[in-house]
Design a protein around this ligand. Structure first.
Ligand SMILES: [Fe+2]
Length: 260
């Protein structure tokens, strides 16, 4: 790939940039990009052109697979809403019939330096690989029950905390960090004391620099992230942040956790 530059990100993921700045990202072979995201879990595409409008973004996303359609269309416009605080770690589509494999984010307006609004990504496969068998065994007893209601769904799921990637079979964590404004939750499988310990162990690891990649957005950045392995969130930003991201989801697998 002499016409492309690859840089490793910390603690995981890669940045892929063109050797000649301004090359069209749509010329990247889709299979190559799919393979890189599946291997490295997160690919930052920086320095490219070719994606500026919502039509460009959906066209680019369709190259990676069928897009999930929401009642408002394929593209979610992520701008400042009422809640400017942290967004707790979660995975997307937990209440949908189909869980997206990839999230594709495009930065339309970046926050100013120091303006917060970083995206956080946690590699749960790495957490499990680095944790003791006894700890993973205890975590494997836990089932997270979540209930979500919005204009688009009213659903309940039971998700094993330690689950399997639907394609690779790799062990992954499926966890929605309890937080104000999040879905209603109830965890079972361990005593209350053990569950309390487990929540603390998880929180320590989800944000640990060995597992958590914090991305500061620049104008034009595109990120393709694995939604089956990673959990994601966002740091807080001040009121009236100009931050504007667009998001599309590439369909992945039938949701195995839905109740009823
Ligand atoms: Fe999300």
């Amino acid at each position: 790939m002499r016409d492309r530059l690859i840089t490793e990100l910390k603690p995981f993921g890669i940045q892929l940039s063109p050797a000649v700045p301004g090359a069209d990202v749509r010329a990247l072979p889709s299979r190559l990009l799919q393979g890189l995201v599946r291997e490295y879990k997160l690919v930052l595409l920086r320095g490219w052109t070719g994606v500026s409008s919502t039509v460009d973004l959906t066209g680019f996303g369709e190259g990676l697979g069928p897009l999930l359609e929401w009642p408002y269309g394929y593209v979610s416009e992520l701008t400042e809403q009422d809640d400017t605080g942290d967004v707790a770690m979660h995975w997307d589509g937990l209440f949908l019939p189909v869980v997206p494999e990839f999230r594709i984010l495009h930065c339309v307006v970046a926050p100013p330096p120091g303006g917060g609004g970083e995206s956080t990504f946690c590699d749960t496969g790495a957490i499990l690989r680095d944790s003791s068998p006894a700890m993973v065994q205890r975590w494997s007893e836990v089932v997270g029950g979540y209930r979500g209601k919005s204009a688009f769904y009213d659903a309940e799921i039971n998700a094993p905390l330690v689950d399997r990637h639907p394609h690779s079979g790799e062990r992954v964590l499926r966890y929605v960090e309890p937080a104000p404004g999040g879905p209603r939750h109830s965890f079972s499988g361990l005593s209350d004391v053990e569950l309390e310990v487990t929540h603390r162990e998880l929180t320590d690891r989800l944000y640990h620099p060995d597992y958590c990649h914090v991305h500061s957005w620049q104008y034009g950045d595109l990120i393709v992230a694995d939604n089956f392995t990673l959990l994601h969130g966002r740091t807080a930003f001040p009121d009236r942040s100009p931050r504007h991201l667009r998001l599309v989801h590439v369909a992945g697998a039938a949701n195995p956790h839905l109740v009823g």
